[in-house]
Design a protein around this ligand. Structure first.
Ligand code: HEM
Length: 329
């Protein structure tokens, strides 16, 4: 099958086979010779070139030696890694939920709330999160859509959908990148690891057991998420832009490495973010308020960020406090 495809490709593109010497025209090419065999072809020649009218002649590379290895990785390993990142993480979270249950506000809801995130911080969070969600879904479609979505929706719908998802992947890269730069600038000073984080980790962070280790604005778990987003997201963005602007930064082999790195980092990030989304919503009572209204329950804040509460009340002279909308328990 590959032989036929390769032959068709060679003939329709008036392809040429190149070593270090100039490319030979396809008219001198005998399709019955043993070198038509894929391996023999690639062993015998550095790369297979076509003709292109694009100004950059490197775009004429049709097949190069690392290509089959890259294709095999995408066909064999990538779907399993994607399944482990998404389904594996969902299974772990379900197990955690069944064992630990929802983390409740132990003191019950208080009569007061305290301002945790202002309007700009919430805008920045949701802009990045919305772009991220669509990037994650469209990225997963690039990686495993042919296996997962194509059999479900059929080829017409799949190709239309994939076209739109690919466009959204390219364009949402920009608000996503802007979001992680802003997050870095605004939150980095609260995310420098320190001695308190070691104590927080030793005490299980309140996830294992029911201790409430003291923490400032962000605890060690949130700091880990911050650095995964900033460093992981930064690397995902850098490798992604290498692919959006082909040949600007590297050659075909470099872009293959960039795509593999991009996919693996993105899948790691998807697994970590599923954990973040779980704790921020169903996993912990009261957590979603921080990014919804911005005001969190005072008891929640004292349990999870005791040092930050004291500092915030002192700094704002109590102005960050508000009466709770619902009656205290
Ligand atoms: C600045 C941000 C980003 C840029 C510029 C970018 C760009 C790209 C490009 C150009 C591709 C290759 C598309 C193709 O082969 O047609 C790609 C693939 C992919 N992207 Fe992104 N992306 C970004 C962010 C993300 C994020 C945040 C995620 C996930 C959370 C993600 C997940 C993926 C995945 C899973 C693939 C498929 C990898 C593969 O098939 O090997 N991307 N991205």
């Amino acid at each position: 099958m590959f032989k036929i495809l390769l032959l068709a490709l060679l003939l329709t593109t008036n392809a040429a086979i190149a070593q270090d010497r100039p490319a030979a025209p396809v008219s001198g090419f005998n399709p019955t010779q043993s070198e038509v065999q894929q391996k023999a072809l690639l062993n015998g020649f550095d790369k297979i070139l076509g003709n292109t009218t694009l100004p950059d002649s490197r775009a004429a590379t049709l097949i190069q030696p690392a290509g089959p290895a890259w294709r095999d990785y995408r066909r064999s390993w990538l779907p399993w890694i994607a399944a482990a990142a998404v389904l594996g993480m969902l299974a772990l979270l379900l197990l955690f939920f069944l064992v630990r249950g929802r983390i409740r506000i132990e003191g019950g809801r208080a009569a007061q709330t305290i301002l945790r995130f202002g309007a700009f911080e919430r805008f920045m969070h949701w802009m990045t999160a919305t772009a991220w969600c669509i990037l994650a879904l469209s990225g997963l479609n690039i990686a495993v859509g042919r296996i997962v979505l194509l059999p479900l929706v059929g080829s017409d719908a799949f190709s239309t959908l994939s076209g739109w998802l690919k466009i959204s992947h390219n364009f949402l890269a920009f608000p996503f990148t802007a979001g992680i730069i802003l997050m870095f600038l605004i939150w980095v000073r609260h995310n420098i690891p320190g001695r308190l984080d070691v104590e927080w980790i030793k005490a299980g962070g309140g996830f294992i057991g029911h201790a409430h280790p003291p923490a400032k604005k962000f605890n060690a778990g949130q700091k880990a998420i911050f650095w995964i987003v900033v460093l992981g997201g930064g690397l995902v963005a850098a490798s992604g832009f290498t692919l959006i602007f082909p040949f600007y930064f590297t050659d075909v082999s470099g872009m293959q490495i960039a795509q593999i790195a991009h996919g693996l980092l993105a899948l790691g990030m998807i697994a970590a973010m599923l954990g973040h989304i779980y704790i921020g919503s169903v996993g912990m009572e009261g957590a979603i308020d921080a990014m919804a209204s911005g005001d969190v329950d005072l008891n929640w804040a004292r349990e999870h960020h005791s040092l930050w509460v004291d500092e915030k009340i002192e700094r704002t002279r109590g102005e960050a406090l508000k009466p709770a909308a619902h009656p205290a328990e």
